[in-house]
Design a protein around this ligand. Structure first.
Ligand SMILES: C[S@@+](CC[C@H](N)C(=O)[O-])C[C@H]1O[C@@H](n2cnc3c(N)ncnc32)[C@H](O)[C@@H]1O
Length: 332
């Protein structure tokens, strides 16, 4: 095939990419991976359990096999080796809460054209509108954070830091791993009251309750309480505009001790604003789901830090998933 044909085929394939996502989401909605469990089940046995149309379910199961999300042995289906570690509830690397959030977020993409024309989400953002929505969102954040929180906590030298602020810390997954990696460290998780209910559960499960405090509030309204040696600001700046972020940096700076660090983790853009791809696409996720969020370039965030007064600004070279990177500012 010519390069043009390959390019054309890849464009046509892009139009089908949502199908795989929808198949995965539906498998979770049917609780299918749990029903298959650690055993081996035929399509007809599963159809009975799910009260499903047998032939249609078989098509669905075969599609899951084609995607590598189930294995098949003759007429029986099993969870794959890796699937058993990420699709079954209670496994540390479980991804089902994030897949459920992705399903919930998928409808808003139909409004992308209108959002591009008007600069606003079509639907009212509702991630934190109820206790249930906040808990689902926090569990999804836990799923994604578990992909690299342990690695990051080991790689990121917090030095002699004794007090960490995890601002917008969500489920507290990063806090938990920072505490595990730094025995002398204590942390405060600042988040919305509804989210903190889930945070407390994760912290208690990790048996770290005696080293974690909480500040319940809105970080754009309520002042930070206390002073800290480090502040972790993870996946927060992309949800709001530059002015709010600059104000947040000023707040944080004022509550950092001398030598204290602000660690910003996000989907940073390169200077061209067109790469990495995940960051460029995530800007649109924020366009359709938030009032004023987008992704930012390294240079933008470094400039905010210098303007705030951070004496040194660094970009550690870590291998993190998707397009996640860090920018670290150190107070003189
Ligand atoms: C994308 S999540 C990031 C969670 C966590 N930092 C992580 O990286 O896994 C954003 C978090 O910010 C919290 N949040 C959003 N707006 C907030 C606000 N105005 N004040 C306090 N917390 C807020 C949410 O509850 C949520 O836990």
């Amino acid at each position: 095939m010519s390069r043009l044909s390959n390019y054309r085929e890849s464009v046509l394939q892009t139009g089908y990419d949502f199908v795989g996502a929808r198949v995965l989401q539906t498998a979770f909605e049917l609780d299918l991976f749990e029903k298959v469990g650690s055993g081996s089940k035929t399509a007809s046995a599963l159809a009975q359990e799910l009260n499903a149309h047998p032939e249609s379910l078989e098509l669905f199961l075969n599609a899951l096999v084609s995607l590598g999300f189930l294995a098949a042995d003759g007429h029986a289906y099993q969870n794959t080796k890796f699937g058993g570690e990420i699709f079954l509830k209670g496994e540390p690397l479980y991804v089902g809460d994030m897949v459920a959030l992705q399903a919930k977020m998928s409808g808003a993409w139909l409004g992308l054209k209108e959002s591009v024309l008007k600069g606003q989400p079509v639907e009212e953002p509702e991630f934190f509108k109820s206790d249930e929505a906040s808990a689902g969102f926090a569990r999804a954040m836990h799923n994604t954070a578990m992909g690299h929180a342990e690695y990051l906590a080991k790689k990121l030298a917090l030095g002699s830091a004794k007090k960490l602020l995890d601002l917008g810390g969500g489920p507290g997954t990063f806090t938990i791993h920072f505490l595990k990696a730094n025995p002398g460290l204590e942390a405060t998780v600042f988040d919305l009251p509804a989210t903190l209910k889930t945070t407390r559960q994760f912290v208690e499960e990790a048996r770290l309750a005696d080293r974690v405090r909480y500040q319940a509030g809105d970080f754009n309204v309520d002042g930070i309480e206390g002073t800290f040696d480090a502040c972790f600001l993870s996946h927060i700046i992309h949800s709001q505009d530059a002015e709010k972020n600059k104000e947040l940096f000023r707040q944080i700076f004022a509550h950092l001790n001398a030598g204290g660090k602000l660690v910003v983790q996000d989907f940073f853009l390169n200077a061209d604003k067109q790469s990495p791809r995940f960051s460029a696409l995530f800007a649109l996720t924020m366009l359709i789901h938030t009032d004023s969020g987008r992704t930012y370039t390294f240079d933008e965030v470094e400039a905010w830090m210098r303007k705030t007064g951070f004496a040194q600004v660094k970009r550690p070279n870590l291998r993190l998933p998707r397009s996640i990177s860090l920018v670290i500012g150190e107070r003189g």
